[in-house]
Design a protein around this ligand. Structure first.
Ligand code: TXA
Ligand code: MG
Length: 327
């Protein structure tokens, strides 16, 4: 898909869905809206199509992809679900939860999509458009976020085109993504379920269904990452990011949350409020678009007001911490 062909913008109707499905069946790359972020979709069973994802994103091949299915029955053909995985799938699918489970015998997700791992990451998205495309494709669809590796994830079709125009066959324009942060990833392998990435389903909701606390990964320094996307500089704007800022320094761009106005706000280059009412769901939905807008104003630093840790706050703080990581 690399080369001079412009990327087509498909409409969110039956014709657009049918075209997206046909392109995916033909091994092409199509960005599709999900409730979390736009995904860069390709046939998960085709090593050539999956290789094209890594190339278009400039993503390292050791970082495995999530395979998307239209329903739990489809997911169970790809992965082996134990008691915990089944309980979580039944409670939260379709929805913003990804489960990492052992590969099932006869699973179609290719080795390259799994980065050679004996496990597979599976997700049944809630977005009706995404599910319609998955049904039209008739196969598991590998889809990382549709941005160049290391950039902020796209929550609008224009964000996708800004990063990937000319590198992919099409983007299905479904408008802004309602959740706005990526799916929560839980590994259900041997032993207790492990929270690999906070996301659109809160830790509290998962723990209520499991009836116990979720473990967090414990990787010794320098070891191969359990979920490589979890590490270091990821979701990075051009500007430096300063967290938990209680005062604004002259020339900074500012990401606000809630009603409090930090000292020095008058000297800000630009200030955007994720949610004046302090609603974490609204803040998550706006997070990546606001980071892009603040970055586009060209500040050296984006100052971020304190954001609570509860509920979706854990995912928001996680993405902001990655944006602030040294690079
Ligand atoms: O909301 C989402 O999850 C979006 C939409 C498009 O569905 N997708 C997404 O994909 O965020 P991506 O590629 O940006 O993040 C996938 C994460 C990576 O951090 C990867 O390391 C992890 O899933 N992952 C995939 N397979 C894995 C496996 N077998 N074991 C552990 N981690 C895995
Ligand atoms: Mg990503």
């Amino acid at each position: 898909d690399r080369g001079s062909m412009p990327t087509r913008r498909l409409t969110a109707d039956d014709a657009g869905v049918a075209e997206a499905g046909a392109l995916l069946r033909a091994g092409r790359l199509v960005a599709i809206p999900t409730e979390t972020v736009y995904g860069l979709g390709a046939d998960a069973g085709s090593p050539a199509a999956v290789a094209a994802i890594y190339a278009a994103k400039e993503r390292p091949r050791f970082n495995p992809l999530i395979a998307h299915l239209p329903d739990l029955a489809g997911a169970r053909r790809e992965g082996a679900f134990g008691t915990d995985a089944l309980r979580l799938a039944e409670a939260f699918w379709p929805g913003p939860l990804t489960l990492v489970v052992p590969v099932a015998a006869g699973g179609r997700v290719c080795d390259l999509a799994r980065a050679g791992l004996p496990s597979v990451a599976l997700r049944v998205p809630a977005s009706p458009l995404a599910r319609a495309v998955l049904a039209a494709a008739g196969r598991p669809v590998a889809a990382p976020s549709a941005n160049r590796s290391g950039q902020v994830s796209p929550t609008q079709a224009d964000h996708v085109l800004g990063d990937l125009d000319g590198r992919i066959a099409a983007v299905l324009d479904g408008g802004p993504c309602p959740v706005g942060v990526e799916s929560t990833i839980v590994a259900c392998l041997s032993g207790d379920p492990v929270l690999l990435r906070p996301g659109g389903v809160s830790r509290e909701a998962l723990e209520a269904v499991l009836g116990r606390r979720l473990a967090t990964p414990t990787a010794p320094a320098g070891a191969a990452p359990v979920a490589p996307g979890l590490l270091a500089s990821h979701y990075a704007p051009r500007a430096a990011v300063r967290l938990d800022a209680t005062e604004v320094r002259p020339g900074e761009a500012v990401l606000l949350f809630g009603g409090a106005a930090p000292r020095g706000l008058d000297s800000a280059l630009l200030a955007l409020n994720l949610s004046p009412a302090g609603d974490l769901g609204q803040a998550a939905a706006r997070l990546f678009a606001y980071l892009r807008r603040l970055d586009a104003a060209g500040p050296a630093t984006i100052a971020v007001a304190p954001i609570p840790e509860a509920g979706l706050g854990e995912a928001i703080r996680d993405r902001l911490a990655r944006a602030a990581a040294p690079r």
